[in-house]
Design a protein around this ligand. Structure first.
Ligand SMILES: NC(=O)c1ccc[n+]([C@@H]2O[C@H](COP(=O)([O-])OP(=O)(O)OC[C@H]3O[C@@H](n4cnc5c(N)ncnc54)[C@H](O)[C@@H]3O)[C@@H](O)[C@H]2O)c1
Length: 257
């Protein structure tokens, strides 16, 4: 049985990586999926491919850090599909700069996408789901649980997402909205975010970091994006009907030791 049959699902940052894998998984589960991203070229290309495979996929250009972009996107969803059942706040960015070299501009940009974007999406998602229910999944990170010297702005933004989710989830549950809101906290995942970050590092540092990850992760490898998507699909579905305000850690055992 398909778990998301005819559910209207919106995934942000879906042109690449975890967002794209989530959109694919939702489509396989029978959903109507709206992929949004600032990367219009890749987003449209992926949607064309998915539609060619017979899936009910659609692309909307969206910058999650902009309130007006959320208002426009959700108005379009309401007009075209009448409702929103599942929202995945996945879009995110990371900048590699330790606390001594990080600029205020980098700090603000990271938090604008990763934290403001999740706040705006959750707030407007609740407004649209109220009265009929739904599920919101916020993609945080193990980097919102522990600190990593190279990514302080990212750490702060993801820690903020984790706690914000709890607050919003408790609010919706107390109000009886039937809207569940949960975090997924991936460990290291093989996506353009990681490969791009490694390319930006001097090669010696990149090699050292890869070697460190190989040893540090008990399962000895990075996650595939599809392995994060399956956790998100679980939280989206009624299989997770008693879960709200929680963190689902998917990290190959990274935090276990
Ligand atoms: N890759 C990892 O190891 C990892 C680990 C933990 C958490 N995450 C989180 O998972 C999510 C997806 O990451 P990924 O690894 O797939 O990264 P990715 O870089 O492969 O994909 C991120 C997508 O977000 C889009 N995006 C960036 N800024 C945007 C904006 N302002 N509005 C809309 N879209 C925007 C990008 O264009 C891109 O398509 C992020 O929130 C990331 O922080 C990733």
């Amino acid at each position: 049985m398909k778990r998301l049959n005819n559910q209207v699902c919106l995934v942000t940052g879906a042109a690449n990586g975890i967002g794209l894998a989530t959109a694919e998984r939702f489509l396989q589960e029978g959903a109507i999926v709206i992929l949004t991203d600032v990367d219009v070229a890749n987003g449209q290309k992926q949607v064309e491919r998915l539609r060619g495979e017979g899936f009910n996929a659609h692309f909307i250009e969206q910058d999650v850090s902009q309130e007006a972009s959320w208002t426009q996107t959700l108005a379009q969803v309401r007009e075209s599909w009448g409702a929103l059942d599942v929202l995945v706040n996945n879009a995110g960015v990371a900048v590699l700069a330790d606390v001594e070299s990080l600029t205020l501009e980098q700090w603000r940009k990271t938090n604008a996408v990763n934290l403001d974007g999740v706040f705006l999406g959750t707030q407007q998602g609740i407004a649209m789901m109220k009265g009929r229910g739904g599920s919101i999944i916020n993609v945080a990170s193990i980097e919102g649980i522990i600190g990593e010297p190279l990514v302080p702005a990212y750490n702060a933004s993801k820690g903020g997402v984790r706690i914000f989710t709890r607050s919003a989830a408790a609010h919706c549950a107390r109000k009886g909205y039937n809207i569940r809101i949960n975090n997924v906290c991936p460990g290291y995942v093989a996506t353009p975010m990681i490969s791009g970050g490694l390319v930006d590092l001097p090669s010696e540092q990149a090699q050292a970091f890869q070697a460190y990850l190989g040893q540090r992760i008990p399962m000895g490898r990075l996650a595939e994006a599809a392995e994060i998507a399956s956790a998100i699909a679980f939280l989206a579905s009624s299989d997770a009907s008693y879960m709200t305000g929680s963190d689902m850690v998917v990290d190959g055992g990274y935090l276990a030791q």
